[in-house]
Design a protein around this ligand. Sequence first.
Ligand code: PLP
Length: 406
Amino acid sequence: MYDVSKIRADFPILSRKVNGKPLVYLDNGASAQKPQVVIDAITRAYADEYANVHRGLHFLSNLATDNYEAVRGKVATFLNAKSEDEIIFNSGTTEGINMVAYGWAMPRMQAGDEIILSVMEHHANIVPWHFLRERQGVVLKWVDVDATGALDPQAVLDAITPRTKLIAVTHMSNVLGTKVDVKTICAGAHAKGVAVLVDGSQAAVHMPVDVQDIDADFYAITGHKLYGPSGSGAIHVKSERMAEMRPFIGGGDMIREVSKDGVVYNDAPMMFEAGTPGIVQMIGMGVGIDYMMGHGLDAIAAHEDSLRDYAVAKLNGLNWIQVQGITPDKGAIFSFTMDGAGHAHDISTILDKKGVAVRAGQHCTGPLMEHLGLNATCRASFAMYNTTDEIDVWIEALELAHDLFA
Ligand code: PLP
């Protein structure tokens, strides 16, 4: 039985006040709050179990290595990967996508080769591809979403030409909440010899993900949205693609031997993890994943779907709010504008006075904002600990803002 009050009690920050009001934290799309078990694991890792990993032959180094490496298996289980050897650790989705851009795409793409992107990608899944456009003349092709915010997988596949090498697409939009049928995209792309990178930053928080079923070549996640620390993340890379990838960052840990004449790299996935990693961050991410799995990924998704439906019903009653992204099965993410409001920042400032934390701005999605003809939106994004009571507080705060702007 999913007990949201019990879950809330696990997150110390949720009992604090903001501007004299109980905090209503609806900025989970940007970063999620941390349960006490994650905070405790971070403290324990530093206070009692800290040393560098993979290097020492002493007790603490071995302990830290075991704790750190155990996370690879947790991520593999979380994503239903075939093997933990397909999991590369990093500092988050941004690094994961850059690694694919530099390590896989750059060496195999020539001027005129194409990458297909949806218009709703986060800048983390745009800017690395612009680097390839600027530096080697790769062509970026954009596929629009429809008026509901849906992305037609066939439209993505129809954009493939003999020059297409990669499709880079989100599994869930951080602005619209739209879920993308990445499985169909992967099947169609693979039939034409095209690889697919999926940005799973948002999807992995809101729904169970099965990378074997989806069959993407690359699937990126980020720890701080999974109730873990910032600076933690991972990317699942299919072993065939990993074998084609060149190391992106060079340094310690990713090598077996270094001489004046050359380098022998470590085996994958270590080959792609240079330098002292985010040891404690990754341990914390593992505990965040344990926490989610302990509550059940299906149960979390069902809870968030009920929040989404409740919020949709409430927002439908407010004809002065325009919600962007109205696909019925979307994630519980609501970007909106309000009649009469100046800038989205003004709405969020009023909500903040009521203790309601939302994000306002472009949400790192310049091309989507251009497509929508907007310069900014407010965004309320929900997590496993949010409640319908909090939605009521949010709606009341919106009504107040609307009255103030009238
Ligand atoms: N992709 C999406 C859809 C996101 O929402 C985010 C973060 O907001 C990112 C990528 C980037 O993640 P990070 O900043 O953790 O690397």
